[in-house]
Design a protein around this ligand. Structure first.
Ligand SMILES: [Zn+2]
Length: 364
């Protein structure tokens, strides 16, 4: 296969470093031909990104930092005409366009950047910012790029907003989505899927979502599911106890009870909600289970309301409790997951700009 010339992007025309994105051999994992060469300044990278600072900064013990220092020494001390130091990365490790966009911002070369991005590009930028831990340095570009997509955050197909809101610290969207997903999602194969788990298609959450968020969502979702299950089981078990008659109209009139139990049993079993195995029904969202049971109880209630309306107290109570469970979901606390700073509504005033606070201090 003929090797084509790599595409050269001068993000910093006299920069001391080149990021070379190379094809990665899928079998050996070795890097081969260069696809893109991005010329940058190592100082700018270190200022905006803690990952680059750790890798290339003056105190770094990484091989890359030693090579970069040696390259500079030859250039300035020995006056050897040196090419910029090259840092090789796999071309598929990052979306090259997203990486370039982030690098443009880190170099304050924003005059060429688009003011709007497609949603998948915004997600790709968030992935790069997460990887290099440089989300805060992107402000306010991240806010500008997120703005047109904010109104879609809760729509199907925009589940990656969870990743975006986590990386860029958008509290209200992270709150809304973690609540929504805990209610309308379930754990599956070590990941977390959004959807009811039965009739409608489900979407796995972006694999860039950190493990601890997946774990917390799973725990929250399982907790809600257990509440839903114990609520309908309590009702089922009350009717299953044939020693007790619940009919309020005719004492000992079992037909009323049998009717309720029969419908409950058949319908719940048909939905896979009975018998309840240990760990609860798997692969079903709490909202789906609640909705299904509510549907069944409402049809029982409709049938009995005319003749035995007084016997519906237990069913009405169960309906009310089931309907309130999804609303009781708590959002996950962004502050305990966020890496960058959370976007604050009240930014610092002009008068306070020179008083360095902990938030703004650059750690070395
Ligand atoms: Zn009755």
């Amino acid at each position: 296969m003929a090797e084509s010339k790599p595409i050269r992007v001068e993000i910093c025309p006299h920069g001391d470093m080149e990021i070379v994105l190379k094809e990665r051999d899928p079998n050996t994992d070795f890097l081969g031909a260069a696809k893109y060469i991005l010329q940058v300044s190592s100082t700018q990278l270190c200022t905006g990104s803690t990952v680059f600072r750790a890798m290339l900064g003056p105190n770094s013990r990484f091989e890359e930092a030693a090579m970069l220092r040696e390259n500079k020494r030859q250039q300035f001390v020995e006056a050897v005409d040196q090419k910029p130091f090259q840092l090789s990365l796999g071309a598929d490790d990052h979306n090259p366009t997203a990486l370039a966009a982030v690098l443009y911002v880190l170099h304050a070369r924003t005059e060429t950047l688009p003011k709007t991005l497609p949603f998948d590009a915004l997600v790709a930028v968030a992935v790069v910012c997460d990887y290099y831990d440089c989300a805060t340095a992107l402000r306010p570009w991240d806010e500008m790029w997120m703005e047109p997509w904010r109104e879609h955050a809760e729509e199907d197909g925009f589940e990656s907003w969870l990743l975006v809101s986590w990386v860029f610290g958008v509290q209200e969207i992270f709150d809304t989505l973690t609540k929504k997903f805990a209610v309308n999602g379930y754990a599956k194969g070590g990941g977390f899927h959004v959807g009811d788990g039965r009739r409608r298609s489900t979407v796995p959450l972006h694999d860039g979502i950190p493990e601890k968020i997946i774990k917390a969502l799973t725990e929250q979702s399982n907790r809600l599911r257990d509440q839903v299950v114990s609520t309908y089981l309590e009702l089922y078990k009350a009717y299953e106890d044939i020693e007790k008659c619940h009919c309020q109209i005719l004492s000992g009139y079992d037909i009323c009870d049998y009717r309720i139990l029969g419908i409950l049993h058949i319908e719940l079993q048909a939905e896979g909600l009975l018998p309840v195995a240990s760990g609860g029904p798997q692969g079903m969202a709490p909202a789906y289970i609640a909705r299904t049971v509510v549907g069944r109880l409402e049809s029982i209630s409709k049938h009995l309301r005319q003749i035995h309306g007084l016997c519906l107290t237990k069913i009405d109570e169960c309906l009310a409790r089931l309907s309130s469970i999804p609303d009781a979901a708590e959002p996950l606390p962004l502050s305990s997951f966020a890496k960058g700073s959370i976007i604050k509504k009240d930014s610092r005033s002009w008068e306070d700009l020179l008083s360095l606070d902990d938030d703004m201090a650059v750690d070395e």
